[in-house]
Design a binder for this molecule. Structure first.
Ligand code: PLP
Length: 393
């Protein structure tokens, strides 16, 4: 028997919190409220609506199915309120636009999700004079050295999702508080089950629900959550202005995804551990990047912060670029694609077409392959990796 990873409160949040079958003719699952507006009997009733108290008037501001999902994620992340968006990037952009003003300075880890860096460097920097310092992120000192009087926000991801570096979340949160800087983390790797950054002092957690929360590669969505109720109310109002709300259909799919998140993550975790240990022993594999391995340089910190691992890891092929290409092309069960967090295994030659400059920025070779271990079974996945490695041995 494998040990229970989600705590008892998490399990209730994923299964029942936020739902009320009494309101929906005792239906065991909530309906998809496929409506754009709600109607009222009187002028007064219309103007009395309080969107922060589960009252609804217009679908861009709030929706009953969407609100159920938000209650579940707020409970899972130990936040006061969660607000969901049409994509992970919409959630990320909402947090940055809320916190930063023209001329603000942001500290961001070098290995943050690519589009986040595009948003900072190619949009916020030229249009609003937002300055960015990229840090490797493996020591708190680097963040401390980067702080300026106008620093408003620290953007984190831990572990990161290419090289799987870990940030000392309590250390950075403490430092940021001393300087009045808001901390933000993309917690997608850990899901709300394995790591609770708000409890470590981080201000805002983001997830792309496109990955494990949805879990079936059939929706795009994102969420922000915080312990600061006032901040989250303002985020909800801002979402109404920008219009990036999650649709009710996607919200319903995410609710369904959450019901099995615990069992899926247990299996992804077990499979990834076996796959990582297998890969580590292969002569054509120079290095495996995975925080579940004792050989990971920050293994102790990862164990302190994370209860488990998901199915994502990278490996570096010990060979030529052509061999890396042949290895990936030879995989049969691992489909070639960029996302992760679904039922399916995926592989991508991540740095294959990177420029020297891009490789130097992260200090990596072009032989990095990222894989997602799906739910097809550990033995099937290892057999597929083995036959692909045989092609280059
Ligand atoms: C996919 C991904 C995102 C973006 O999510 P979308 O829902 O596609 O906008 C953000 N962060 C990480 C770590 C991701 O893997």
């Amino acid at each position: 028997m494998s040990k229970q990873l989600a705590d008892n409160q998490d399990l209730l949040a994923m299964t029942h919190v936020g739902e009320d079958p009494e309101k929906y003719m005792k239906s065991v699952t909530p309906p998809i409220f496929m409506n754009s507006l709600h109607v009222f009997d009187t002028v007064k009733d219309y103007f009395d609506v309080d969107i922060f108290k589960d009252e609804f008037y217009y679908g861009r501001a709030s929706n009953p199915t969407v609100a159920i999902l938000e209650k579940k994620i707020a409970a899972l992340e130990h936040g006061s309120r969660a607000v969901v968006f049409s994509a992970g990037m919409a959630a990320c952009a909402a947090a940055i636009l809320k916190i930063c003003t023209a001329g603000s300075h942001v500290i961001c880890i070098k290995e943050s999700y690519g589009p986040v860096q595009h948003l900072l460097d190619e949009f916020l920097s030229p249009k609003y004079d937002v300055a960015v310092t990229y840090v490797d992120g493996r020591t708190v000192k680097e963040f401390e050295d980067a702080i300026r009087p106008e620093t408003k926000m620290i953007i984190l991801e831990s572990p990161t999702t290419l090289l799987f570096n870990v940030v000392d979340l309590e250390g950075v949160a403490k430092l940021a508080k001393e300087h009045g800087i808001k901390t933000y983390i993309d917690n997608t790797y850990s899901t709300p089950i394995f790591q609770k950054p708000l409890d470590m002092g981080i201000d805002i957690v983001m997830h792309t629900m496109t990955k494990y929360i949805g879990g079936h590669s059939d929706l795009v969505g994102g969420v922000l959550v915080s312990k600061d109720e006032e901040f989250m109310r303002e985020i909800m109002v801002q979402r109404d202005w920008f219009g990036g709300v999650l649709g009710p259909m996607e919200a319903w799919l995410a609710i369904r995804g959450l019901r099995t998140l615990d069992v899926r993550m247990q299996r992804h975790y077990e499979t990834a551990m076996e796959v990582a240990k297998f890969l580590e022993k292969q002569p054509k594999v120079k290095r495996v990047f995975f925080t579940g391995l004792e050989s990971h340089p920050q293994y102790e910190l990862a164990r302190k912060q994370q209860k488990g691992e998901c199915g994502l890891m990278s490996l570096e092929i010990d060979g030529t670029l052509e061999e890396t290409e042949t290895f990936v092309n030879s995989l049969k069960l691992f489909e070639k694609g960029c996302s992760w967090g679904g039922f399916e295994s995926l592989a991508i030659a991540y740095t294959y077409n990177w420029t020297e400059e891009q490789c130097a920025f992260l200090n990596v070779s072009r032989n990095i392959v990222r894989i997602h271990c799906g739910l097809e079974g550990t033995e099937n996945l290892i057999a597929d990796l083995q036959q692909a490695l045989d092609k280059i041995s």
